[in-house]
Design a binder for this molecule. Structure first.
Ligand code: PEP
Ligand code: MG
Length: 886
């Protein structure tokens, strides 16, 4: 027969899958000889069996009885004994902590007979009746769903009728009678007098609470699998509400907010644990316990030291003091803020409790990201106006503007507010402190661009109704006009009216070289852990950067080069007109003239970037997006031409542009004429860019620099596309005097390229996975549409644990990556392989790329420290460690 029940003496902390986190840690404390009330744990396997068949597995309650008899023998007290009854606490406890989501029932074992025994044993009749009424209330609500208000109403009446000392024993005895009636009325039979029946029903209801709505919802949000089940811990009750020498509390072995050493906690004299959690009465700090009960305080601090040395980490504990005797009711490795995580990890290394490698697994890239962004000072408790998706963290305050031109011209800090953004908004986004949109999600244009720039962004705040014509937006009946100040929090997605004070991040200032590592304990800890990550990581970290300023920032943040320099951003602004000339050219001469005008501008761009990244590789991608993105939108041109015609005027250049835009219109431009296809059908375009790279490099060499450009071809699907571009590019390169040797490689961003990677590698010096497009094309998701359309529903229904545009889909897209790496390297062993999609800065994805054996990841400058840390973690990952969890 299967074993379902484990005495606390039998388990240990390694068995959390079976015993749940709470049960495993109770067992561990029992093994350590700490004062844990006797008890046993019913395994998660029993819960799974119960939920599968809707009934307890065969023999379960016999096993429970056998273990109960052991507990009784150990204590010399019996469940149901009318003189000195044993009472039991029945608590849930799954593999992962789900605070408050499942059920607990205390005081099991009280009935009309044993309540007298409890009164005699405790010498406190009032306490005994109060415990009994608590049991009926908890049991009624949990096991039979009796509405809590039904009991609370009766309790309130008794409290109101009582004097300042609270209700006496007689009033509480009457209340128990009333409660029994409430119970019988709702349930249809009397409150069970058999303690064993109470126990069995309590166990069943804890099993069932695994599937309570709130528990299901919590698991979905926290990505906890639904099929784990909860364990049930049955433990002898100890009482913190037996007078002034009793009490209950929670404590941490270090400060979980800052990581500062020294025990922290709250204590509530003369109370049960539930009173602390419910916040019914005000607690006192642990120093007060030292005054009230120095012996228990000393014992508690000793135990906490033992636990911390044993678990080699911050622990939190729940304890109860029953008439001067300390009992430990729970411990676990405690939750902490991101700042505390770094500080504690560094302290534990100093204290010799963990190695520097282990310290990297005590923090995560997600936590580092949190530490880099300025935050709002929420002491003033501002009330949010609306909430959207926190798309690019940070705290931004500014005056509302609705168009990019106004943002770009503003002299004061502004927040750009748009339904959604497009490439035309770039200047406004650069100028604004932050961006707020009412549509789109974490990979919408606004989100991707804002993250790339480290600009705060809240997307998809649907309650915000924007009316640019009237120069206002509304949320419900609240109107915010252009020029009004708002504050947006890119971490939480909250939008506030007015100005909320902002705190700069010391970690970001340190990373930018503005603060020394000794500045404060947090900065010192980040410095140490990042330094260690750099020392152990095998994965290089480059930046996605298109301007010298971004390149410099990336370098300060520790980038080892540029992995993606997108050249299309260099065709915007006033250069747009040159692109128009190129598109409208009727003759080769006109076209060459347009290209010739672009060449020096491009060359100057590259000179600046190569200088900023002197001595490091700079991968320059030839132009990728469809050219009509550089032309005015169809509807705008149509309107302009129609207006001119109506007025009898000559539409001039607009007429020609309209013809071109109509000709180039595509139903699905992301799958249309872009990337390498563009290079092959627009003569001279790629050649101009290649020449600009080569001439810029030659100039840097003449200036004494060490330029290391690489040329990358986007959207290749077939090796012949690459061959054609490579031959032309090499011809151009050969013609530029004084240029260094410049490798030519390709992006792998459509499935066919991944599937034919062996052939393509024969023509490419390097691969860089464009996982944005690869995700889009592998899933048949239109990047710009799907997030707003249905990603919310998919996340909500658990079809995605996380958006595949945010964290790499290892099973599908990741498989294409693996395959292409293997076949590419088989064809060309010295092939350099990197990734430059958004995933290159996502900690989970970085760990995947490290495991697949890429040479580098490339990400936006602000995510470089995060990628460095994630790469370090991946290099020293113990076999059983989970990957980064945000
Ligand atoms: C990609 O597709 O992953 C990529 C980096 O290119 P872009 O996002 O510019 O299409
Ligand atoms: Mg791409």
């Amino acid at each position: 027969m299967l074993k379902y029940v484990y005495d606390f003496f039998e388990g240990d902390r390694s068995r959390a899958d079976l015993l749940g986190g709470k049960g495993a840690n109770l067992a561990e404390m029992t093994r350590l000889g700490l004062p844990v009330p006797p008890g046993f744990t019913i395994s998660t396997a029993a819960c799974r069996a119960y939920l599968a068949q809707g009934a307890p597995p065969a023999g379960l309650f016999d096993e429970v009885n056998a273990h109960l008899r052991e507990v009784e023998a150990r204590l010399g007290r019996w469940l149901g004994d009318r003189h000195d009854p044993l009472l039991l606490a029945v608590r849930s406890g799954g593999r992962f902590s789900m605070p408050g989501m499942m059920e607990t029932i205390l005081d099991i074992g009280l009935n009309d007979a044993t309540v007298g025994g409890l009164a005699a044993h405790s010498g406190d009749e009032r306490f005994a009746w109060d415990s009994y009424r608590r049991l009926i209330q908890m049991f009624g609500r949990t096991v039979h769903g009796v509405p809590a208000e039904e009991f609370e109403r009766e309790l309130a009446a008794v409290l109101a009728a009582a004097g300042p000392g609270g209700p006496g024993a007689a009033a509480l005895r009457d209340l128990v009678e009333t409660y029994k009636k409430v119970y019988a009325h709702h349930v249809g039979h009397d409150f069970p007098q058999s303690p064993h029946e109470q126990l069995y029903l309590a166990i069943r209801s804890v099993f069932e609470s695994w599937n309570a709505d709130r528990a299901v919802l919590y698991r979905r949000r926290e990505h906890i699998p639904d099929d784990l089940g909860t364990a049930v811990n049955v433990m002898a009750m100890v009482f913190g509400n037996l007078g002034p020498d009793s009490g209950t509390g929670v404590a941490f072995t270090r400060d979980p907010a800052t990581g500062a050493p020294g025990v922290y906690g709250d204590y509530l004299p003369d109370a049960q644990g539930e009173d602390v959690v419910a916040g019914i009465r005000n607690t006192v700090g642990l120093p007060e316990l030292e005054r009230i009960d120095p012996v228990s305080f000393r014992r508690l601090t000793e135990i906490m030291r033992t636990l911390e040395r044993h678990y080699r980490d911050l622990c939190d504990v729940e304890f109860t003091i029953e008439r001067g005797k300390l009992w430990m009711l729970q411990t676990r490795v405690g939750k902490r803020t991101p700042a505390a995580a770094f500080v504690i990890a560094a302290q534990l290394v100093d204290e010799g409790l963990i190695s520097a490698d282990e310290a990297l697994h005590r923090v995560s890239g997600g936590q580092l990201a949190q530490l880099m962004f300025p935050g709002f000072d929420l002491d003033a408790a501002p009330v949010p106006l609306a909430t959207g998706v926190g798309a690019s963290p940070g705290a931004a305050v500014g005056r509302v503007v609705f168009d990019s031109a106004a943002a770009a011209e503003a002299t004061e800090p502004v927040i750009l507010v748009r339904r959604e953004t497009n490439p035309d908004d770039l200047p406004g986004m650069i100028a604004a402190q932050g961006v707020l949109t009412s549509r789109g999600g974490k990979t919408s244009h606004a989100a991707v661009v804002a993250r790339g720039m480290g600009r705060t962004c809240v997307c998809g705040a649907e309650a915000v109704r924007i009316d640019p014509e009237r120069g206002e937006f509304t949320v419900g009946d609240r109107v915010v006009r252009a020029g009004d100040v708002i504050s947006i929090d890119g971490s939480t997605g909250r939008v506030y009216a007015g100005s909320v004070p902002v705190r700069p991040s010391p970690v970001a200032r340190y990373l930018a070289g503005e603060l020394s590592p000794e500045a404060d304990p947090l900065v010192a800890a980040v410095h140490r852990l990042l330094g260690h990550a750099d020392a152990v990581r095998r994965l290089g970290v480059r930046a996605n950067a298109d301007t010298p300023a971004d390149a410099r920032r990336a370098r300060a943040f520790g980038a080892g080069g540029i992995g993606l320099c997108r050249t299309e951003h260099m065709f915007l602004g006033e250069r747009r007109e040159l692109v128009e000339r190129l598109i409208l050219a009727d003759t080769p001469a006109e076209r060459d003239a347009a290209l010739a005008a672009l060449l020096p501008l491009q060359r100057a761009d590259f000179v600046g970037i190569l200088a900023a990244m002197d001595g490091l590789p700079v991968t320059i991608r030839l132009i990728d997006p469809p050219l009509h993105e550089f032309l005015p939108p169809l509807h705008e041109l149509t309107a302009r031409v129609a207006r001119a015609e109506a007025l009898g005027e000559d539409p001039g250049r607009d007429g020609a542009l309209l013809v071109a835009v109509r000709r180039m219109h595509e139903a699905n431009p992301m799958l249309g004429l872009r990337g390498v296809r563009l290079g092959l059908v627009v003569p001279g375009l790629f050649a101009m860019q290649v020449r600009a790279v080569a001439e810029a490099a030659a100039q840097r060499l003449r200036d004494g620099g060490d330029p290391r450009p690489e040329i990358m071809v986007p959207l290749v699907g077939d090796v012949r596309e690459l061959t054609a571009v490579r031959i032309e590019a090499e011809r151009v390169l050969a013609g530029v005097e004084g240029a260094p040797e410049i490798p030519i490689g390709t992006m792998i961003e459509v499935p066919r390229a991944a599937l034919t990677a062996g052939e393509i590698a024969a023509e490419a010096r390097f691969f860089s996975f464009g996982t944005n497009d690869l995700t889009q094309t592998a899933w048949a998701f239109s990047r710009d549409d799907v997030e707003g359309a249905f990603f919310g529903a998919y996340l909500e229904r658990g079809i995605f644990p996380v958006s595949p545009f945010e964290s790499i889909d290892t099973a599908g897209v990741g498989r294409l990556v693996r395959l292409a790496v293997a076949e590419g390297r088989a064809a060309r062993p010295e092939l350099t392989v990197g990734v430059c999609g958004e995933h290159g800065g996502d900690p989970d994805s970085v760990e995947f790329f490290a495991e697949v054996g890429l040479d580098y990841v490339s990400c936006s400058p602000y995510r470089i420290p995060i990628a460095r840390l994630a790469a370090g973690r991946a290099a020293v990952r113990p076999a059983d460690a989970p990957s980064d969890s945000r």
